[in-house]
Design a protein around this ligand. Structure first.
Ligand code: SF4
Length: 487
């Protein structure tokens, strides 16, 4: 592909909130000990799964839609440079300004400069994974600019001094009682008689946010889609907070990952059917806001689009891994993942948790910087079945694991490779195999029932987290001889 104006041939690896301080197994072990977290997650994910299953079952052409989404994404990625340049031209022609950011640092610097130029010291924000990815709120705070989240779940996370743990429902790890406590503690002027009834909580947030909406002169958003044909940006949401941010302030700054571009409005016809059913289990999004440059007398007077790379062109250059860029951030894969349901989103360390996070984060940062994430999966395949654009996440995970192993061993065989070579040598000769069978029967002494709970080192690495099967009393060769009358 040719490279859009201002972009290097390959942007550097992704920076920002894409990697955690600890490997996944350490963080997950701690999360697993939190029974309240597991209850909250189990309840929330099973509810969303049920809603999604019901609305997907209503669509007789669901599999055709998935295939259409997959094909559209693949075709768009193949000519991403052309679509981005078209998007830039169309946004500019309609009075908007386009900025290119190679990484999180550049994106944060651009947004900070744009806010400073307005003279304002606060912004309201629409929920946005891209701004979470680059750590925009922290960068703005360092520059003396307060960023107010307006999505209810993001507000809960922000007031709680917490981190998001789900792509769509950032406060999924919190229950109603915990949210009430946060509001009572952190929300100025809240009714001290506030209960944990969802309606009361929503009304409290609404009153708190309304004053901020009316005061704000600058808004920052992400974008679910950017239509190259007309330079139109779209945000889909459920609460209406996004529309307040997108229409009331004088200045609107949108940070969009470069993979969010779609060539035409006709493409949206597919994605706007796939996304709401897969994300919130709804037939359509309650609010779909679209804006095209600046319209005199209607909405913001200054419209900026920051196109974010942050490791995406490097991912695009990977013929296998580029499929991770097809993601439309619906979070269906999180809600069906047995690992996510038990470990929760914080264990992944990245703003992108769950199955897609285990692929996307190492793709964006380079696998060596997120080496534990490709192993944060049982490879059961539920994520692939749920994905509306048919991203084969298990295959991508296996590919990343192979790359990590290749990089780590540096020509020295791994323990697994050495074990496989030894097994091959033993099984290639009947006498060696018979001797090995006899030896393996000694393993029966180590177990009870049908499993062995603890093996000596180095095999203890296996039994540290799972059981090993106890060898049967009768070897395969003896069984064969007895059954078939041969020796
Ligand atoms: S990988 Fe697929 S299922 Fe997961 S968030 Fe992305 S689009 Fe949704």
């Amino acid at each position: 592909m040719t490279v859009p104006l201002g972009m290097p041939a390959l942007a550097p690896p992704g920076v920002g909130h894409l990697r955690g301080g600890r490997p996944f197994p350490d963080a997950a072990r701690e999360a697993l000990a939190d029974t309240q977290l597991r209850r909250n997650l189990g309840h929330a994910t099973s509810t969303i799964r049920g809603k999604r299953a019901a609305v997907v079952a209503e669509c007789p052409d669901w599999e055709d839609l998935r295939r259409a989404g997959e094909a559209l994404k693949a075709a768009t990625m193949a000519r991403l440079d052309e679509h981005l340049e078209r998007l830039e031209r169309e946004v500019t022609a309609r009075g908007g300004q386009v900025h290119w950011a190679r990484d999180a640092h550049e994106a944060n610097a651009i947004v900070t400069r744009l806010v400073r130029e307005t003279g304002e010291t606060e912004v309201v924000k629409v929920k946005s994974m891209a701004t979470q990815e680059i750590g925009l709120n922290e960068a703005l705070a360092d520059a003396g600019i307060a960023a107010h989240e307006t999505d209810l779940a993001e507000l809960i996370v922000q007031l709680g001094g917490d981190l998001p743990s789900h792509i769509l429902v950032p406060a999924i790890h919190r229950n109603r009682a915990e949210i009430r406590e946060i509001f009572l503690r952190e929300m100025p002027g809240v009714d001290p008689e506030l209960t944990s009834e969802p309606r009361r909580l929503a009304m409290a947030a609404r009153a708190f946010l309304r004053e901020r909406f009316l005061r704000a002169k600058v808004a920052v958003s992400g974008a679910n889609f950017g239509v190259a044909d007309t330079g139109t940006l779209l945000v889909v949401e459920s609460e209406g907070n996004g529309r307040m941010c997108l229409t009331l302030p004088d200045t609107l700054i949108t940070v969009m990952g470069i993979e969010k571009v779609v060539p035409t409005w006709a493409d949206l016809e597919v994605f706007l059917q796939l996304l709401p059913r897969s994300s919130t289990g709804e037939r359509m999004n309650p609010y779909t806001s679209a804006w095209t440059g600046v319209t005199p007398g209607d909405g913001p007077r200054a419209v900026h689009l920051v196109l974010l790379d942050n490791g995406r062109t490097a991912t695009l250059a990977d013929p296998t891994g580029r499929a991770a860029l097809h993601c439309i951030k619906c979070s269906a894969c999180l809600n069906v993942c047995p690992v996510y349901e038990r470990a929760g989103g914080h264990a992944y360390g990245s703003v992108y948790p769950g199955p897609i996070g285990a692929v996307l984060s190492p793709q964006l940062t380079g696998v060596e910087d997120n080496a534990s994430l490709p192993y944060a999966s049982s490879l059961c395949g539920a994520c692939f079945d749920a994905c509306p654009v048919r991203i084969d996440i298990p295959s991508l995970l296996v590919d990343l694991r192979a790359r990590h192993v290749d990089a780590a061993r540096g020509g020295v065989p791994t323990a697994e490779a050495a074990a496989m070579a030894a097994a091959s040598w033993v099984m290639a000769d009947p006498r060696r195999f018979a001797a090995a069978e006899t030896a393996s029967r000694l393993g029966r002494l180590l177990g009870r029932g049908d499993h062995i709970a603890t093996l000596p080192p180095p095999l203890s690495a296996w039994t540290g987290s799972r059981d090993a099967p106890r060898p049967p009393a009768e070897t395969f060769r003896r069984w064969w001889a007895r059954e078939r009358g041969t020796s």
